[in-house]
Design a binder for this molecule. Structure first.
Ligand code: RB5
Length: 143
């Protein structure tokens, strides 16, 4: 199950991404928002991050205007590695190296065609499982 969420700035792109997930036969849960009326991105960043951190969903997709506020929010939740991606190279590398569990997108920065390719790359790329990457990811969580 994929958790997906956005603020008003990401609403239109979220609709396109959900249509794409449906076309791929991938299950998702929509954590809002549900219109283009102005809302506060931390509400949706936290909802998706908590769904992923609790194990309710395996991966998450977050969208706001820039992707910045919503990824900063998600990364405050323990166990979350949210990556703001504007290209497929980063989406692939953050899965292979960081085992990122949330991809964040900026709807006012990245067009829908590229955003969908980034989502596919993020969802389809496995973690490398390399010892050095496992070690570094563990270090992120250390105090
Ligand atoms: C909303 O106007 C905008 O601030 C938000 O979508 C996002 O870009 C914040 O980081």
């Amino acid at each position: 199950m994929i958790a997906i969420g956005c603020d008003h700035g990401g609403y239109a792109l979220k609709q396109e991404i959900m249509e794409h997930l449906e076309a791929r036969g991938l299950e998702y849960k929509d954590y809002g928002c549900y219109s283009e009326e102005s809302v506060d991105y931390p509400v949706y960043g936290k909802a998706v991050a908590n769904a992923v951190a609790s194990g309710e969903c395996e991966k998450g997709i977050l969208i706001c205007g820039t992707g910045i506020g919503i990824s900063i929010t998600a990364n405050k939740v323990k166990g979350i590695r949210a990556s703001l991606c504007g290209d497929c190279f980063s989406a692939q590398a953050t899965r292979e190296h960081n085992d990122a569990n949330i991809v964040a997108l900026g709807a006012r920065v990245t067009g829908p065609g590229l955003a969908i390719k980034i989502v596919d790359t993020f969802l389809d790329t496995p973690f490398s499982n390399d010892e050095r990457h496992i070690r570094r990811i563990k270090m992120i969580e250390e105090d």
